[in-house]
Design a protein around this ligand. Structure first.
Ligand code: MG
Length: 358
């Protein structure tokens, strides 16, 4: 099962409502799609999200990295040596993690298809269903309350509330949402680096004093400010989740050694795919740090790969795979079934997609 061709294309999916965080506003997902072909007629699929403000990657950089750097290294290699292929890819190029992620998941798709089993089972098969949260974009309080109530009506019991655009009013936004949805909905708060360490401690302290009951606060301060993260983690009761601060297994080690966060958000677009995500997850588990599986603005293609990885790992205790729920429709058939907050794994081989070889 040798790799014969790596084809790069595009995938587009309009969003139901614009996605707004402290870092950006997006109306339509425009990502890179990858097909990897083998000499026995199989095709593996992957996707990369160009999230310039987080990974530094664009459609052009991802396309170039895959076509001109990664593809020449892996063409001719045999899928049965997937670790060797992935190591060669890692060595071929510094960073460019989303480009690597797209190739990584397409290779895992092929690897599992070769064994005629669903990927999540080959990775360990810890569970077959996941419960995801859904993102509430940062807007004025009224709109966020409306979006939150709509999400609860759609059956979501966990909301990821985006804040961090205006520290003066962030407490009011979260309190308004809690009052509207009642005590039984789980609230996660994501500041996307929008606060200073002192603002973060003040805001989280106020939420604690008001009894708002927040499950966790994600990336309160700038990604590079690990001492700021440490300050916030050690001056609040609420669990602090590192997102943009941790891409690689090595960065996870540094953060864990510093005691700079309580939890880590793993995203395939940050790790460079499943191969590195597994290492990060193991390091965290050995350190007593639970992980979230997250996604960028991704369609069902790459979110499904993340779902397979999450389903296989006990230490993934929080799921933020709402990409497909935010899209008007999916660009691909088959794969895990996304229905409201539930993601149901299926018995189809590989990532589970129904695709015609071409
Ligand atoms: Mg985040």
């Amino acid at each position: 099962m040798k790799i014969t061709k790596v084809k790069v294309g595009f995938v587009e999916a309009p969003l139901i409502t614009p996605f707004k965080t402290a870092l950006r506003t997006v109306h339509t997902i425009k990502n890179v799609a990858v097909n990897i072909y083998t000499d026995d007629g199989q095709v593996g699929v992957g996707e990369a999200a160009p999230t310039a403000v987080i990974t530094g990657e664009t459609i052009a950089s991802i396309t170039h990295a895959i076509e001109h750097v990664i593809a020449p290294v892996i063409i001719g290699m045999d899928i049965k040596e997937i670790s060797l292929i992935l190591d060669r890819m890692e060595q071929s190029l510094y960073k460019n993690t989303s480009a690597k992620a797209a190739v990584d998941m397409a290779l895992y798709d092929l690897w599992a298809k070769k064994q005629r089993a669903p990927l999540y089972q080959l990775l360990g098969g810890y569970r077959h269903q996941l419960t995801t949260d859904i993102t509430i974009s940062v807007n004025d309080s009224e709109e966020m309350v409306r979006d939150s109530l709509h999400a609860v009506q759609r059956g979501f019991s966990i909301l990821k509330v985006k804040v961090g655009k205006d520290a003066r009013t962030d407490v009011d936004r979260v309190v308004a949402i809690r009052n509207a949805v009642g005590p039984n909905v789980v609230l996660r708060v994501d500041a996307n680096q929008g606060w200073t360490p002192k603002e973060a401690v003040r805001i989280i302290g106020q939420l604690e004093d008001k009894g708002v009951n927040i499950e966790l606060v994600e990336q309160p301060v700038h990604y590079s400010d690990l001492s700021g993260m440490h300050y916030v983690t050690n001056h609040t009761q609420t669990s602090i989740l590192a997102d943009e601060s941790v891409f690689s297994p090595k960065e996870a080690l540094t953060l864990i050694h510093m005691g700079a966060a309580d939890l880590i958000n793993i995203k395939l677009m940050k790790t460079g795919g499943i191969f590195q995500a597994q290492k990060l997850c193991n390091i965290a588990e050995a350190s007593g740090i639970e992980c979230m599986i997250g996604c960028m603005l991704e369609t069902k293609i790459s979110v499904s790969a993340a779902a397979h990885f999450a389903a296989a790992n006990k230490n993934i205790t929080m799921v933020d795979l709402d990409g497909p729920s935010l899209c008007v429709e999916d660009p691909i058939d088959g794969g895990p079934i996304f229905e409201g907050e539930k993601i149901q794994m299926t018995d189809e081989p590989g990532l589970g997609f129904l695709i015609e070889n071409s």
